[in-house]
Design a protein around this ligand. Sequence first.
Ligand code: SF4
Length: 186
Amino acid sequence: MGLSEALSKPGQLIADMVQITKLDDFLKWGRSYSLWPYPFATACCGIEFMGTACSDMDIARFGAERPSFSPRQADMILVLGTITYKMAPVLRQIYDQLSEPKYVISVGACASSGGMFDTYGVVQGIDRFLPVDIYIPGCPPRPEAIIDGLVKLQEKVKSQGLEERRREVMRKIEEINEKNKPLVVK
Ligand code: SF4
């Protein structure tokens, strides 16, 4: 549309320039494109995440290029690798220190299910003590798969209000506590 044509239709010009949205949707959109990760890397999946953050894959396209090594400045925790029972309380404490609303991505077979380490020392899936939002399959998952998981989390953040989020986390934590109750034989 040329300038003179645009000026002859001021209503159309304003409609093209202005987008109206709800404040809530605007905040959700903003949060979904600034998810700062806390990478909790214990094994080879951590190297794959480093590849994802490098220029070839460029995770900055999704606003998640700023790794935070302080949980208080992170929005999501990526668990990358094997988690042992000795490590689990430390990981849970770090999760508790993340600011709300916070999200968990389980990256790779080891974090999601223990992977090949079906041993007495390895937790068989971090969802035994953390409310996981996204599971990324693979051993190791390729950077494309990690980005796919991130995009799925962005969609979730965009579609979920804070109150709905709070209720989902409470429900998952209750389920975890129920599963972890000590077995009492009477
Ligand atoms: S899932 Fe595979 S690549 Fe990832 S930490 Fe486990 S063994 Fe390593």
